[in-house]
Write a protein that binds this ligand. Structure first.
Ligand code: ADP
Length: 421
């Protein structure tokens, strides 16, 4: 294994895995830290944790376990993946986990670059944008679990870290690899161990990728990982064998627990023409709706049904006020996990999942341990084979075009009972 990656959620990890697979590296995503060695031909191992919103000490422990496993598989360079929207609160977990990994690897300088210009996430002067909006004005300020209120990544990261945080801005990045190298050295000499690096074009990610060739630890969104495979390719370390993809026959279902703006538009569009069930968190909490009810409804449908709890920020706030933020999130996630299990036991063989935490709960609930990365459905979202009889797509909240669900179904499933529009 050449590159070892640790992702703080499942959809983010599959986004990263997708980026690296597209660049020609044989990539496997693992659910949590595996308890056995990886297959010999895997070039990138992505250990997907569900550590974004858990207790910080636990997040650090899990991340260090992942690091040790990846080291044991032969990796020399490591990547800590978090969301391109940097959705972590002031007290965690991105800063503390990065610090622990940096200490373990004895890294003197660590790059932070949660940008992906191709997907509308740019960083300019250390501020993160989603398309033309500062990202704290893009809806992320009302995220159910990790509301983000400051677009200045360096300032935000400083709240979370004892390491001093600096910036390398576009002036250096646009000037090329040598300028980034010098700027990183300058920041290190100024005592800044963590450095937020600007990226306003996808080419910038390639520049940064080349500049970090010798660094043991890189952190960021999947975008900045785009530049890393080239470093291995030019040393002839990549095998170039492509794994063929075939869709899965059998029933397909869409499950959405994401309340992000993009997902809500996708739910609106898909539900206009397909069997759709909105599940109320209040009914879950009050045990009026159970996983059995939902699974029964799904299995009674013809076509490819959608089950969702996705709703607007006002309704989320009300639910959280009534039942508590963590309890309501956990009840919704548990319902999705139990429903997915019943559905797979009932013969469903393709699953499309929207929402990072939701995906984590479902993958864990199904006991999926490895996912071989297949073709891309939409930027950042690959189709993946979890087992001989199960394929899955895990979509991060803000990813995908409005017709994402229909596109995902077409890639995953070979049996379109209800041709998606
Ligand atoms: P995203 O990728 O869009 O951030 P996640 O699945 O990571 O989506 O996060 C959404 C969180 O909100 C999950 O914990 C989910 O259980 C919770 N949730 C989903 N629907 C509702 C709702 N209607 N009310 C309150 N919380 C919800």
């Amino acid at each position: 294994m050449l590159l070892g990656c640790i992702g703080d959620d499942f959809t983010g990890s599959s986004d990263l895995a997708n980026t690296l697979a597209k660049q020609g590296m044989r990539t496997v995503q693992y659910t949590g830290v595996p308890n056995m060695a990886a297959k010999g031909d895997v070039e990138v191992g992505v250990v997907a944790l569900k550590s974004r919103s858990i207790d910080v000490a636990q997040a650090i422990r899990q991340s260090l376990d992942a690091l040790n496993w990846l080291k044991a598989q032969g990796c020399k360079q490591f990547f800590f993946k978090y969301c391109s929207t940097f959705d972590s609160t002031k007290v965690g977990n991105i800063g503390p986990v990065a610090e622990a990994l940096a200490d373990a690897l004895d890294a003197g300088i660590v790059v932070f670059c949660p940008a992906f210009p191709g997907a509308g996430r740019t960083i300019y002067q250390g501020h993160l944008f989603v398309n033309d909006q500062l990202f704290n004005e893009s809806g992320m300020d009302s995220h159910p679990l990790t509301p983000m209120t400051d677009s200045d990544i360096a300032r935000w990261l400083q709240h979370q870290s004892s390491s001093s945080v600096g910036k390398v801005t576009s002036t250096d990045v646009l000037a090329g690899v040598d300028a980034v190298d010098s700027a990183l050295a300058r920041e290190q000499s100024m005592g800044n161990r963590f450095v937020v690096v600007d990226a306003i074009r996808d080419e910038d990610l390639m520049t940064i990728g080349r500049a970090v060739e010798k660094l043991p630890l890189i952190t960021g969104g999947s975008g900045v990982a785009m530049g890393l495979p080239e470093n291995f390719r030019k040393r002839n370390l990549i095998s170039q064998t492509k794994v063929p993809w075939t869709g899965q026959s059998g029933r397909c279902v869409i499950l959405s627990g994401s309340c992000s703006i993009a997902t809500r538009a996708q739910v609106d569009l898909y539900s206009q023409a397909h069997p759709s069930l909105e599940v109320s968190p209040g009914n879950i909490m009050n045990k009026i709706t159970t996983a059995w009810d939902v699974a029964k409804w799904v299995l009674d449908q013809t076509g490819i049904p959608l089950v969702y709890t996705s709703t607007d920020p006002e309704s989320v706030k009300q639910v959280q006020k009534e039942f508590g933020k963590e309890s309501s999130a956990s009840a919704v996630e548990t319902l999705f996990a139990e429903t997915a299990k019943l559905l797979v036991d009932g013969g469903v063989s393709s699953l499309v999942v929207a929402g990072g935490e939701t995906s984590g709960a479902i993958v864990e609930g199904l006991g999926i341990t490895t996912m071989e990365v297949g073709p891309e459905i939409d930027p950042g979202v690959p189709a993946m084979r979890a087992r001989d009889d199960l394929v899955i797509a895990l979509k991060s909240g803000n990813f995908g075009t409005e017709d994402f669900f229909a596109k995902a179904v077409k890639v995953l499933s070979t049996d379109l009972i209800d041709p998606p529009s």
